[in-house]
Design a protein around this ligand. Structure first.
Ligand code: PLP
Length: 453
């Protein structure tokens, strides 16, 4: 058995020894839930850990192993687990009811907090998920412009609905421009209205706008490609999109469901670009299910029921008291000051990781953006989701074992290579993580060397 194979075997064995209860839970869960879970993203091999509890920056599994949590439910728990300020607010609200079927004060308080921080969001509506938020932002764009088509990014993620799922993973089959495609279960008819462009590519976007003059309702994108590989949109690109949208009389939608954690006014404020509509989610719910779409008042006013021919937007649990209360409590203590402190901690993590890669000679790069970092075991430039997937296809196995070994050492990050930080994390936590990161690189060097050859 080669050195690399021995290391892999050792890591896997150790993982399985440490997580016996999780393994039992998985076996039981698989009897009733396909694959043992109700969300696809949570799965990684050989099986995911089951949560017992979370506290602050830490997560505890069913075997009572402790993990520093860099996933925090897909970047949503920005204050970590069971934050006292949020827990107190939520407990008080629980005594008064979860959802009432009539509005609560927290609803407009959360709306005010958001609109006062994000200049382009003049008014806002809430949803239960980010997927619904992008669905409604797209619907709003159609309603406002009377046009049906959208330009979306190859490998961009906007949630579960059919239009958002087009080219969820980048088109790897086409050499030049990506072709729109849908995954199993999504009707091909949605392709009639979906145009796809690579990220960070203004020329292709303009070409599509020219070819589809007067037909495009909006360009929708994450200003930092999230699921597609944490790639930032350059200022020039985002400003260019704004110009193109104006020139071709189409709307610009920024999906800031992840990037809202980077600045109190979102990534758009950092880049000084004003989209027409924005979608938010994750952190604004303080751990509860939430989504929001908002933007220009003249567009959002279409949802005002007092206006003639208004657009419908409903949902039994939309704006429920728990999510609204938790959201207000979260944003009260997630102001620019706290965001900058968290971003600084992120910078320490990123530079520490990068230094560890240099010191150990493992080929790769760590791209950081404030409180988020992304690890690639490739030194190639990452400009599009296709670049990321190409790299991943080469080093996926290394990342898989790197992920499991970091978990064996008590560090939990997203198995795709993403780390996101939470406010309860300390410099000592980050320093410990960098040490474990370096030790894990050293341990896996024979496998890394084999792959980079
Ligand atoms: C950029 C972006 N848009 C939309 C969504 C969908 O949000 P939700 O999972 O709350 O439906 C996500 C979730 O990861 C996201 O990252």
């Amino acid at each position: 058995m080669s050195e690399a194979e021995k290391i892999k075997k050792h890591i896997l064995q150790r993982y399985m020894e440490r997580t016996k209860q999780s393994r039992i839970h998985n076996e039981k869960a698989k009897q009733f839930l396909p694959g043992g879970d109700t969300r696809s993203i949570g799965y990684y091999q050989p099986y995911p850990i089951f949560a017992e509890k979370g506290k602050g920056a830490y997560l505890y599994d069913s075997d009572d192993n402790e993990y520093l949590d860099f996933v925090n439910n897909m970047t949503s728990l920005v204050h970590g687990h069971v934050h006292p300020h949020i827990t107190l607010a939520v407990r008080k609200q629980l005594e008064k009811g979860v959802v009432h079927g009539i509005p609560v004060e927290a609803k407009y308080k959360l709306a005010e907090l958001i609109c006062s921080r994000v200049p382009s969001m003049e008014s806002v509506r809430f949803n239960n998920t980010g997927s619904e938020a992008t669905l409604f932002a797209m619907r709003a764009a159609r309603g406002f412009t009377g046009k049906d088509k959208f330009i979306k990014i190859d490998g961009g993620y906007h949630g579960n609905h059919d239009f958002g799922q087009v080219n969820l993973f980048p088109d790897m089959a086409t050499k030049d421009l990506p072709r729109p495609y849908v995954a199993k279960g999504i009707p091909k008819s949605v392709l009639q209205d979906m145009l796809v462009t690579p990220f960070n590519d203004l020329d292709t976007t303009e070409k599509l706008l020219k070819e589809n003059r007067d037909k495009v309702a909006a360009i929708i994108l994450e200003p930092v490609l999230g699921t597609g590989g944490a790639i930032p949109g350059s200022k020039e690109y985002l400003k260019g999109l704004r110009q193109l949208a104006d020139q071709y009389d189409t709307l610009l939608i920024f999906d800031e469901i992840i990037t809202f954690r980077l600045h109190q006014g979102g990534y758009q404020t950092m880049m000084d670009v004003k989209p027409d509509l924005t979608t938010l989610g994750k952190v604004i719910g303080g751990g509860f299910p939430i989504g929001a779409f908002g933007g220009r008042k003249d567009i959002m006013d279409m949802f005002d029921p007092t206006k003639p021919d208004s657009m419908t937007h409903s949902g039994t649990f939309t704006g429920n008291a728990m999510a609204m209360t938790a959201g207000v409590a979260t944003l009260e203590i997630f102001r620019q000051k706290e965001i900058e402190e968290l971003n600084k901690l992120g910078d320490i993590l990123t530079s520490g990781f990068q230094q560890a890669m240099t010191d150990t000679g493992v080929v790769g790069q760590v791209r950081g953006m404030g409180s988020m970092a992304m690890l690639y075991f490739s030194s190639k430039e990452m400009k599009t989701a296709k670049d990321v997937v190409t790299g991943f296809m080469e080093y996926g196995e290394l990342l898989k074992f790197f992920h499991l070994e970091m978990m064996n050492q008590g560090i939990y990050f997203l198995h795709r290579g993403m780390f996101s930080l939470t406010t309860p994390m300390t410099e000592a936590d980050i320093s410990k993580t960098i040490t474990v990161f370096k030790e894990t690189l050293e341990m896996l060097k024979p496998l890394a060397d084999k792959i980079s050859k």
